[in-house]
Design a protein around this ligand. Structure first.
Ligand SMILES: [Zn+2]
Length: 219
């Protein structure tokens, strides 16, 4: 893809996100009200694969908007967290390949009980978004790849926040997205199930309590 086309596509997708503003307006407001830190989550994204910057930038923007709908202020950083950093950070390692012990269809995994680490297999995400050219309108020439990457990030971060291994029947926390889901998310982000929003909120409260205990103990 040439750069001008890519820029046009990024602009189109940003317009698509802006176009869903009425649906997002309330959520964004909720996110703003909670930017005092109570519902903020810091996620460190480590780019250890050849992810084009515009793709990652767009995926991060979409992920932030998706979490805003759940009342979460997602703060993204590109550096590793300091070892002695207080609080429970989330670290996403975007790697190229995937390990053999995981099913080939697995795009990523989260260590939800450990509560920190996520690994994303970028090559697999790219293949899922772009591999079956005939099934998508303009695969990889459109927003399929950054939108799928955004959903993978949101899905795995949600596993960490919920702290349990569960999935919802529909939406971003569905266990397996169909090709139809992937095509659909390129047009409009998949929603959170109401139960996921409740679990995210209780998970955030749990993490905040743990952070305060850590501070109180001077660790
Ligand atoms: Zn999952």
């Amino acid at each position: 893809m040439n750069s001008s086309l890519r820029i046009a596509l990024v602009a189109n997708t940003l317009a698509l996100i802006a176009g869903s503003g009425s649906a997002l307006a309330g959520a964004s407001a909720a996110g703003k009200n909670q930017q005092d830190g109570k519902s903020s989550v810091t996620v460190h994204i480590l780019r250890n694969a050849e992810v084009p910057i515009p793709t990652l930038f767009l995926a991060e923007a979409v992920a932030r908007e998706m979490f805003a709908k759940a009342g979460v202020n997602l703060k993204l950083q590109t550096r590793k967290p300091k070892l002695d950093a207080v609080g429970q950070k989330i670290v996403v390692d975007i790697t190229s390949g995937g390990p053999k012990f995981l099913h080939r269809a697995a795009l990523a995994y989260a260590e939800e009980f450990e509560g920190v680490h996520i690994t994303v297999f970028y090559d697999r995400v790219k293949d899922a978004a772009c591999g079956s050219a005939s099934e998508f309108v303009g695969p990889c020439a459109g927003s399929s790849l950054p939108m799928l990457l955004a959903h993978v990030l949101v899905h795995e971060i949600t596993h960490i926040l919920e702290g349990i291994d569960r999935h919802s029947r529909e939406g971003v926390m569905k266990a397996h997205w169909t090709t139809g889901d992937i095509a659909g998310m390129a047009r409009k982000p998949l929603p959170f199930d109401r139960s996921d929003i409740e679990l995210i909120r209780s998970g955030l409260a749990r993490r905040e309590t743990a952070r305060k205990v850590t501070v109180a103990l001077g660790r």
